[in-house]
Design a protein around this ligand. Structure first.
Ligand code: MG
Length: 267
């Protein structure tokens, strides 16, 4: 009996360039803080901002925390010259309560600009449209391939992106799953699709840009993993054995020969 295949795609920075949108929003905060006289040379400050952002992700245990905390932590870091750690701790402890009114005015304005910029629609990454079209054509002719989109992002942010790029209309995915990523949730995401031909267990291929969020849990679920480094995390090096991907690709086109090798008859 023919094998069946499920491809699970991560969304942010795998299919579309969320990083570019976030970067623009983050620069807006830095620019406002520069206008307030809290820092100079705002274009060179992204590294500092990203370190504070990272600390907040760790403290919140998710990538998409309440970003008010980011703006407040940055204001403490730049305006009060606190260390990154202390700025983050204070922001989480007291939120904005300790800020005086002139600081609060700058923070509020920066926050508004940040959230406004975040509403921008990211572009699809190069090749994504073409590869999804090829997979779509293949799925029409072969009932042994299914595609799933699995994201940790907030639905209210992801929906407009998919709408703008006509993802739902074009039926690029059999299922769209939103939730925290873990070995169990990857298995559940795979179980959302079924095949007429109930033969062997399907071969599941997971494609993502994060070793921690995508590759590690998918490895632990026993799936084939394809790592595609993106703009957000850059090219990560595996720190643990189970973060090691089966394949690393530089662009999404390189997924196609991997699928062929696994037995998907894409021409
Ligand atoms: Mg991602």
């Amino acid at each position: 009996m023919k094998d069946s295949f499920i491809i699970i795609f991560d969304a942010d920075n795998t299919l579309w360039d969320t990083n570019a949108i976030f970067q623009e929003a983050q620069f807006a905060i830095l620019k406002d803080f520069q206008d307030a006289g809290w820092l100079t040379n705002f274009q060179s400050r992204l590294g500092e901002l990203r370190r504070i952002d990272n600390l907040l992700m760790q403290r919140h245990r998710k990538n998409e925390y309440s970003f008010d905390d980011l703006v407040i932590a940055l204001s403490l870091f730049y305006n009060q010259n606190l260390s990154e750690d202390i700025a983050v701790s204070l922001a989480l402890e007291r939120r904005g309560e300790s800020l005086d009114s002139s600081t609060l005015a700058v923070v509020t304005k920066a926050k508004q600009k940040f959230f406004q910029k975040l509403e921008g629609i990211p572009n699809l990454l190069p090749g994504v449209q073409e590869v999804l079209n090829i997979l779509y054509e293949h799925r029409l002719r072969n009932r042994n391939l299914a595609t799933v989109l699995f994201s940790e992002g907030k639905a209210e942010r992801l929906d407009p992106v998919m709408l703008t790029h006509n993802f739902k209309e074009k039926s690029y995915f059999d299922e769209i799953v939103i939730g925290q990523k873990s070995p169990e949730s990857f298995k559940k995401a795979a179980q959302t699709v079924s095949f007429e031909n109930e033969g062997n267990a399907p071969i599941v291929v997971v494609v993502g840009d994060s070793l921690k969020r995508d590759i590690q849990p998918a490895n632990e679920a026993g799936f084939v993993t394809v790592y595609i480094p993106g703009g957000f995390q850059g090219n990560e090096k595996p720190k643990l054995i189970n973060e090691e991907p089966n394949f690393t690709i530089r662009n999404i086109y390189q997924l196609l020969p991997i699928l062929q090798k696994l037995g998907v008859s894409i021409n």
